[in-house]
Design a protein around this ligand. Structure first.
Ligand SMILES: [Zn+2]
Length: 150
């Protein structure tokens, strides 16, 4: 059901491939700059505050609040079959922001700015390329590892 996600909304993690390894082990990570302490999500190898390349991973809960959302009615070519669908920008409890698609656990009519959601990460690996997307689900939704991996 989610196979189309990876085509249109993914974050390539070329410098932070450990992120995917953590995800596969059930840990959802942001990053923290070892130099100035700035936290970032998605994780960044280079600090956006002080430009230091020295960072460490810190686990995030995935709890987030909807900042804004939009309903995609006129889908791009290739996605007509799945439109309409809704995407949201959410603020993570620990800081940072993510763009994600609303999952099946949240009916469209329930979507509202300020609502609490749980970000559920999914990863795809294509050869050397690792792609991650996020779906938004009801608070308390649990996950252990991306589906399709054992
Ligand atoms: Zn920094």
């Amino acid at each position: 059901m989610f196979k189309w996600f990876g085509k249109v909304n993914y974050t390539p993690y070329t410098k932070v491939t450990d992120f995917a390894r953590y995800l596969k082990n059930g840990h959802f990570m942001g990053s923290r700059c070892k130099h100035c302490g700035a936290r970032s999500f998605p994780p960044r190898a280079d600090c956006e505050v002080c430009m230091s390349g020295d960072f460490e991973y810190v686990e995030v809960s995935g709890r987030a609040t909807v900042n804004t959302f939009t309903k995609i009615v006129a889908a791009p070519t290739g996605f007509e079959d799945v439109a309409p669908y809704s995407v949201g920008v959410v603020d993570l409890e620990e800081g940072g922001r993510a763009l994600a698609w609303f999952g099946e656990s949240i009916p469209e009519q329930d979507i509202a700015i300020g609502m609490k959601v749980q970000i559920v990460p999914q990863i795809f690996e294509e050869l050397e390329d690792i792609k991650v997307y996020y779906s938004l689900e009801q608070p308390g939704t649990t996950w252990s590892r991306a589906p399709g991996h054992s």
